[in-house]
Design a protein around this ligand. Sequence first.
Ligand code: ARG
Length: 458
Amino acid sequence: MEKLWGGRFQGKSEAWIDEFGASIFFDAKLAKQDIAGSLAHVAMLGKCGIISADEAAQIMAGLEVLAGKLAAGELEFSVVNEDIHLNIEKLLHEEIGPVAGKLHTARSRNDQVATDMHLYLKEAVTEIIASLAHLRTVLVTKAEDHVETIMPGYTHLQHAQPISFAHHLLAYYGMFSRDLERLTESVKRIDISPLGCAALAGTTFPIDRAYSAEQLGFSAMYDNSLDGVSDRDFIIEFLSNSALLMTHLSRFCEELILWTSHEFQFVELIDAFATGSSIMPQKKNPDMAELIRGKTGRVYGNLFGLLTVLKGLPLAYNKDLQEDKEGMFDTVHTVKTSLDIFAGMIETMKVNTSVMEQATQKDFSNATELADYLAKKGVPFREAHEIVGKLVLACTQKGIYLQDVALADYQAIQPVIEQDIYDALASYTAVAKRNSYGGTGFDQIRAMIEKAKKNTIN
Ligand code: ARG
């Protein structure tokens, strides 16, 4: 079959080489955007009198037929036509005959592919933002149910101080809010039209780039045609935002995996998000959480892949840029599905509140309370720290906890200690009282939830 760019060639092409150069296997995903870009382009050509109104109308009608066939799943692409752009053009030819050849006036596949990518990513990021917004709502709703659920707060994965479970959930709300902000902010750098930059240098035809940009719903145009065809920063930015977002999901997944283990038993996932073992009948594995943690790797890889493609790439278009697609598609799919699965997991998980609270009873996470108690009674904090440290050691040797020490023994160590020490040592009190701004105290948590609810109403 003849190639659309075949004029300059004499030798025969070879299928296996063509296959290596082709992108239709993956850029078929851009068919909808490619047709939309062509419609805007041809409307502009007609409006500017570059082709006749009749020709423009014929081409547009043909493109509409293709759009209808695409929606009905009736378009068939061939590797012979290399990529989505040439495939669509060929199909248009079959639909309307030689007038189809006028579509590519004042345009190149270089601005065409860039236009498709901008259109695709703008829509995809909007969908990801919606999923992320939903996850934030799920977190806030869950937090509301667990303001007074006490759990051990950890540093170094060792019991540190008791906290409210809602506090933990809202920490992730904070991370996801920053992700949401970054993605939303990035849209303005995706929402730029390269159409009309042509191959690299613009065109001698009297085109109206603003018109086609507007037709496509873009808010701006590239000011420099070389930049317009060779820029992939907007994809890198998306991949980078995605990498960080996946980091946050992965950290939380790691915690879910720990919390669902026999050792913790803080949380139970509903059956739909877990799987069994083919040999061990008792197993209920948190596969979905593990997979999200695992998939974080490929998202990092996609970011590094494209950064490496661009590093050292001279202006303007180079075929290397065809490598921008698979990683982007893969990231869009991975991030979107990970977010949706994760939100479902959090929404439906059963929180074993009593187990969480119990975990703060048989431990020394109230040691700071004792030190603070002494400090509030005038003992210098460093001295209080030393006293409590020695006491913890003595308790450990005896196999008891701070709340088990008799008042007489406390008073022998420090006479300022009174009966109210036992209330101060209770984990519930320890949490309730931490009302410094952003702290785990219930009043603070309620304020955080109120603030979050104002932001998540959508
Ligand atoms: N399939 C190509 C890509 O994805 C389209 C642009 C081709 N341009 C060219 N001059 N070969 O990058």
